[in-house]
Design a protein around this ligand. Structure first.
Ligand code: NAD
Length: 283
């Protein structure tokens, strides 16, 4: 059994991004900038935003955080976003979710043009992913999962990939990505019947549910590859959706939680910001 080491893969990719940014600065005098808009004082969001700032600094991306109060009006937040939409120096715009409830999230997210949509959640980027076009920006967590599988040279073509979870940010885009890699993809969710039958057919099993230890070793194929995106907090500890000790008895490859998928999400955000900026520069 091999551990899929998200910290290692993440730091390898971050070094590549850093190198590419230095080259772009040398060749074009290009600087890269990410703007993050956050409204309210959700403690988890504040931690995420601080981590994003730190990661940007590490690879040489300038970052700005626009911190708006909980009671910010729809007009105010929209004009802050529009300022960045129209600023050529800003390569990527990210609105930290969740937003306070009184705000119209859909209207806010729609203001971000697809070429600055570094979360990859816009209709246009989702459409490009669905059509297999490579000139969009991909959602960070599923893209990070693909990078993990590729780093370890895990064969994908023809494999049965079973994804548990169908959210717009992980499960659904990952299904499209694995389809593009020629996997035979099954997407399971809360209404799926006989989940264990699907699990037992998986060559590659990805969980993105948010339920501690939903999956254990019981129904797994020998040699399965397991990628666990779940983050479940309990008594100050983080657990995955997969019971690692039991599942690792059957798996050839498995991600730990923490230290597997987690570090890849911000890494792919850095990658998208670089990509958005370099595409603009080389156009
Ligand atoms: P979500 O709540 O939007 O979706 C959960 C999915 O799980 C749904 O599609 C639901 O149908 C399915 N589900 C729920 N109970 C089920 C069950 N008993 N059997 C089968 N399917 C079931 O969640 P999300 O935003 O996709 O996040 C999923 C998990 O991934 C969470 O733990 C979240 O914290 C984590 N996550 C991690 C990262 C990261 O950076 N590592 C990023 C995003 C999400």
């Amino acid at each position: 059994m091999k551990i899929i080491d998200g910290k290692l893969v993440s730091s390898t990719i971050r070094n590549e991004i850093k190198e590419n940014i230095l080259n772009a600065e040398r060749n074009y005098g290009k600087k890269f900038k990410l703007s993050v808009i956050i409204a309210g004082d959700d403690p988890a969001s504040e931690i995420y935003v601080r981590n994003k700032e730190k990661a940007c600094a590490e690879v040489g991306i300038m970052s700005e955080t626009v911190h708006l109060p909980e009671n910010v009006s729809q007009n105010e937040i929209e004009s802050e976003i529009l300022l960045r939409v129209n600023d050529d120096a800003v390569d990527g715009i990210l609105v930290q979710l969740p937003l306070p409830e009184h705000l119209d999230k859909e209207r806010i997210l729609k203001l971000i043009p697809p070429e600055k949509d570094v979360d990859g959640f816009s209709d246009e980027n989702t459409g490009k992913l669905a059509l297999g076009k490579s000139d969009g920006l991909y959602p960070c967590t599923p893209h990070g999962i693909i990078k993990l599988l590729k780093y370890y040279d895990i064969p994908l073509a023809g494999k049965n990939a079973v994804i548990i979870g169908r959210s717009n940010i992980v499960g659904k885009p990952l299904a499209l990505m694995l389809l593009s890699e020629d996997c035979t993809v099954t997407v399971c969710h809360s209404k799926t019947k006989n989940l264990e039958d699907h699990i037992s057919r998986a060559d590659i099993l990805v969980t993105a549910v948010g339920k501690k230890w939903l999956v254990d070793g019981k129904n797994l194929k020998d040699g399965v590859v397991i990628v666990d995106a779940g983050i479940n907090r309990e008594d100050g500890k983080i657990y995955g959706d997969v019971n690692f000790d039991s599942a690792s008895q059957k798996a050839d490859y498995i991600t730990p939680v923490p230290g597997g998928v987690g570090p890849m999400t911000i890494t792919m955000l850095l990658y998208n910001t670089y990509l958005a900026g370099i595409r603009k520069t080389e156009k």
